[in-house]
Design a protein. Sequence first.
Lengths: 338, 338
Amino acid sequence: MHDKPLHVADVGEQGLLRRLLRFCDGAVVGDDAAVLSMTPGRSLVVTEDMLVDGVHFSVGLANPAALTTSYADAGWRAVAANLSDLAAMGATPLGITVGLGVPAQMPVSGVEALYEGMVACLQTAGAAIVGGDVCRSDTLTVAIAAFGEVIPSQVVRRASAQPGDAILVTGVHGASRAGLELLLQPDCGKTLSESDRALLIRAHQRPMPRLDVVQLWRQHYPDARVPAGMDSSDGLADAILQICRASGVGAQVWGDRLPMPAVFPSWLTPEVALDWTLYGGEDFELVLCLPKESADALQMHLPSAALVGEVVAGDAVRLVDAHGDETTLSMARGFQHF
Amino acid sequence: MHDKPLHVADVGEQGLLRRLLRFCDGAVVGDDAAVLSMTPGRSLVVTEDMLVDGVHFSVGLANPAALTTSYADAGWRAVAANLSDLAAMGATPLGITVGLGVPAQMPVSGVEALYEGMVACLQTAGAAIVGGDVCRSDTLTVAIAAFGEVIPSQVVRRASAQPGDAILVTGVHGASRAGLELLLQPDCGKTLSESDRALLIRAHQRPMPRLDVVQLWRQHYPDARVPAGMDSSDGLADAILQICRASGVGAQVWGDRLPMPAVFPSWLTPEVALDWTLYGGEDFELVLCLPKESADALQMHLPSAALVGEVVAGDAVRLVDAHGDETTLSMARGFQHF
């Protein structure tokens, strides 16, 4: 094939929309808006994320040297972030709409790969693209709004953590950060096995939102007190701090119980391992605060989960290491986009 | 005040988010997603639009010479476009989420004015901002997802027009296009009165989505056949063509019955007046196809409405002028973003 690749400018807005229709739920697109049925008695849950090339991912349009994300992976991750927000509320997804701002010189195959990645992630959750918009922009931009439904009494919120609650995380943290490092600086992973490298890179490129935890909870503990919680998209430390601030409580976090990828101790210094685990971000696990008995029970169904601390009275969030030494966690270390 | 104006870069992402919280519904923000109650028995209606500075509006960041929209007007129009999509489905709004991509050098006061404009338009519909996201972008971008609810049997769709239906438009067309022209070329309006100028400019800057028509229909005609229809955001001709294509029908459109601003005949040549009325776009009226008796009845409650044609068998959409001369309308004249 020696044909010149087709660019967005070659097909026009209508042409691009027609090509993207096959990624959408054909039963609901074609009108000014999509109509979706809801399960009777459920509340609506809505969230929106905006992702910009060069800030949230790098498909190399903004800076070709910084290509760390394929279009398909960028699409997957954008959807995963939104579905994770729904999971963090205890909701199940109904669908998403996609606003795409696209440079005229972007290859059409890249736009299609982006939508393929979105659909692939949605399929793991039984959801679909139900509408959206496409327009010209100098900066590749993906704005995803996700809609879900939740049993009103089962809404998971940040503000309901109570002193005495156990802090449970649903999986390892730091893997996505490590995967990004391996993409940016391949040499740093020379000592890792091929499968360990691949696993970490996959954690970065194809994170799985924990909608399974919502199902699990609903199935096994319909009458238990609903946990407080949120997702760890901005990092494990950030999630614990946000929950504590919203609930007006403090926490003790046990540094030696934080679940990290198995290769971290032999690969990284303890400082870097702890840093990536606490602050890496984008692991899209859930951080839940709930009575110790409930946490123990949930952990039996969730082998990847770990108890990492305890909610306490006050407002200090302290990290306690294996020797009993304490440091205070603060928001200042969090990710700032500007 | 001689202080340097505050820019987005000065307050950071968290600082900007804190400032924007006051524009949001305080009862539902603060978690990973917003939870909204729905009226029992209603279906969910969702839509998303993406607007980019320099393409859909010009606040002068992309091109300072092309400043035709204040930040507040840009916010109003972005929301109006989404609420109009809900109105076009026969839905009433529940709320919106806002994704904002914002250049670091944008004044914070501009971002706040943008949100003030959004909230002002939402208040006319009793709706609110319930969530969203803010991130850095070289291009000012506003992605709005709007959520509404509809009685399942009352959904307005494009595909249900039938031969014999009257074509009703809910108000004048061409006013927004005229307002834009007055902003771009003030000299062209020298012969207009101040109030006529102001009215046309307002039609461009502060369009009103026709949610009143949804209420009216539900109140007076709960048992009538639901009209086919859509909004005229991309122009009156485009709306008629889209409805006909989706319904597999044609139409006769009466050129001398198209409602246009009262000043058009004395101000513009007949050709320009017709062009702006048919193709101007962004008037955000509704175009409805329904039995003649229903159209006559609806018109009694809607003095701004006009019958502009008839749905016919076949697939040709013909414009018939006062002398009976016919021209064929086609999509080719429509707006293309690329």
